[in-house]
Design a protein around this ligand. Structure first.
Ligand SMILES: *Cc1c(COP(=O)(O)O)cnc(C)c1O
Length: 356
């Protein structure tokens, strides 16, 4: 007799709601930390020429040798580390967990943080332990160390800066985590372009350190390219669970080309940072809105009527992220991505109209 999905699909998977991506057609899209700027016409022309000649009848270079060379140079990746590429850093999170998902193995992170850490742990049958942040969203290092001692996690994830809170944790606290953790510690630097601080130069101090980056938040979200740097003693094993052609011919070609124009991406990041400062100031002087400090390209803010304001913004054509209900520490919180000056003004007007 044929079986039902409940007999076949794993309980923890049936219990999931999945990652919801809202329909954003026609909206001012300030919900997903995308860079609002396109590339200039001449660079787009270079991409068009590359794509026209791309050998898409062939599989991609499975080792992506040329792209890795360009990435090493532009991201200052130390020569004695190994680099692993993913179809976005989300796929790297999945590889790390596939490689470590022994029965009973634990993934540890702070709470609230990037939802993919918990979601992918669940996909892979791992147990996720979230250690609460302090009310001001700083790390509770003593609680982290205690949880590490208790659960002996195979993997620790620290987003630096953290999403959705936007802050950088204190380096001395992350150092304590690196010293205490028995397994790999992944410092996820998805927002590095807007923060400036990094663990990319700390591999000499910590054999269990891995640093993750993505091109998604600096203008290439549609390309899907993430990377993990670290010691080969760990990464040579993680690389075995990578599907061989995970980074497409087009992604490799386009990323190599765009990275030749790092100055352009840096300029865009600088503009986004100055808009972040302006947006934060405007939010702060808006009655009923309490913005948190940010080292990323988004701002988390608290309001007494999050649901009403989220709906009011949506009604006025603006999509932000509603985090009210996502976690007790995020009660009343919305998260807005820093857009162009014009988008930010449109958002501020709509916000004030929604508050009225
Ligand atoms: C956006 C984000 C990612 C995912 O990036 P992709 O490379 O697009 O998969 C990873 N970590 C954090 C903390 C993020 O906010």
């Amino acid at each position: 007799m044929a079986q039902k999905p409940e007999d076949i699909i794993r309980d923890e998977v049936r219990a999931l709601t999945g990652y919801h991506v809202p329909d954003s057609a026609g909206m001012v899209k300030l919900d997903a930390m995308e860079n609002p700027y396109r590339l200039p016409q001449d660079v787009r022309g270079q991409i068009a020429a590359l794509v026209a000649h791309a050998e898409i009848n062939r599989y991609p270079d499975a080792a992506a040798t040329r792209l890795k060379t360009v990435l090493r140079a532009t991201l200052n990746i130390p020569a004695d580390t190994t680099v692993l590429l993913g179809n976005g850093s989300d796929e790297i999170i999945q590889m790390l967990m596939l490689a470590t998902a022994r029965p009973g193995a634990v993934v540890l992170g702070v709470e609230p943080s990037f939802v993919m850490f918990r979601l992918v742990a669940t996909f892979c049958g791992m147990r996720y332990v979230g250690v609460p942040l302090q009310p001001d969203f700083s790390m509770d290092a003593d609680a982290m160390i205690a949880a590490i001692e208790e659960h002996r996690p195979a993997l620790v994830f620290i987003a630096y800066p953290n999403n959705p809170t936007g802050n950088l944790f204190e380096a001395v606290q992350i150092d304590r985590v690196l010293q205490a953790a028995p397994g790999m510690v992944v410092v996820d630097e998805a927002y590095h372009a807007f923060a400036g601080r990094t663990y990319m130069n700390r591999f000499g101090d910590y054999p269990n350190l891995l640093v993750m980056r993505t091109l998604s938040k600096s203008g290439l979200a549609g390309l899907r390219l993430g990377l993990l740097a670290g010691h080969s003693e760990w990464l040579r094993h993680v690389d075995k669970v990578r599907l061989p052609y995970n980074v497409s011919v087009l992604t490799q070609l386009v990323a190599e080309q765009v990275l030749q124009h790092q100055v352009l991406l840096d300029d865009q990041a600088a503009t986004i940072k100055s808009e972040r400062t302006r947006l934060h100031k405007e939010l702060k002087r808006t009655p009923g809105i309490m913005p948190f400090p940010s080292d990323a390209n988004f701002i988390l803010f608290r309001t007494a009527a999050a649901e009403r304001i989220f709906d009011g913004l949506k009604h006025r054509g603006i999509l932000v992220k509603n985090l009210h209900g996502a976690h007790s520490a995020l009660a009343g919180c919305l998260r807005v991505t820093v857009g162009t000056a014009e988008e930010n003004d449109t958002f501020l007007d709509a916000l004030r109209a929604s508050l009225a």
